[in-house]
Design a protein around this ligand. Sequence first.
Ligand SMILES: C[S@@+](CC[C@H](N)C(=O)[O-])C[C@H]1O[C@@H](n2cnc3c(N)ncnc32)[C@H](O)[C@@H]1O
Length: 337
Amino acid sequence: MYVLELAGEDDAFAAREAASSCSGVSELAPGLVSARSVSQIESLALTRRASVLIGHTTATVADARSLLEQASIDRTGTVAVRARDVRGTSEVDTQRIERALGRVLTRRGFAVDLDAPDHELRALFSADTCALGWLTARSVRNFGDRMPTKRPFFQPGSMDPLLARALVNIAGARPGVRILDPMCGTGGILVEAGLVGADVIGLDVQPKMVHGADKNLNRYLDTGSDSDTETGSGDILRGNATRLPFRDGEIDAIVFDAPYGRQSKIVSSEDEGNANENGLPSLVSASLDEARRVASRTVLVADRQWDEVAEATGWTIEGSFERRVHKSLTRYILVLE
Ligand SMILES: C[S@@+](CC[C@H](N)C(=O)[O-])C[C@H]1O[C@@H](n2cnc3c(N)ncnc32)[C@H](O)[C@@H]1O
């Protein structure tokens, strides 16, 4: 078993992302989940670390110490203990825990090396639970390099890379998987999918978005055929999400961020070229219809609920999440099968 340290405040959403590459993900305590098996931790946005679970107990130093004293430890080399007050809810003194657990390990014959230990013991304290585990993997936290304002092409309303990464992971992005964003805007979703190795295709009705997304993909993905890096291939086309230029079932998963009534251009199926908010329901409905024709999974993001439209177009809602961005924007996420 493993213990995963989640990022952010929304455990249900983070656990859903973790379940895209780990099996048996189940809530352990606020900010922590357990998993039966783990893989691709380095690609996850909302999991920071995974550790081989030694066990869990109540959140007291005495119980943590006796859990470690009784644990079988099949390891050699140097160790360091790192304690964390997960979400600041446990009121423990992390330095005291590190010293107490460090003493247990030195009594068991381990040398301590705080700078470059062979093994890092994670002591994770939340309000009622303490989980102990040996660190085995961390996610790569370089999302800041790809913040929308740092990309070659920027537009207001671009999605941040952390959310985009979580969405593409939930959609199943990985090498050999074809991901389509039929309303790609600046291409942020596609960049994250490409970076985890998926082959990505983007569509947008606006030529400036097509050119801009193409620039962004070129900056972050090695889209040349002779490239030997691990990013997937990338293609951006001008097109309409309601009339996708793909055969039935040709795409593995679709991820898209529907226009926000207030700021994005909306081009509905009947009224191409005419931007207006009234076209939004028909645009989302026609796009979900097309999505179902070409793919068996869609992750839809929007600034409002589209549950009824999703079900009316034949999709089953497999997950539903809300993420508050600021006081006038909440993003609604639907995972559709
Ligand atoms: C909310 S934005 C996408 C933002 C994008 N996720 C990003 O991070 O930049 C919606 C996009 O849908 C595009 N759009 C609107 N109607 C469309 C249609 N019928 N087909 C394809 N794209 C459309 C708009 O041009 C806009 O770029």
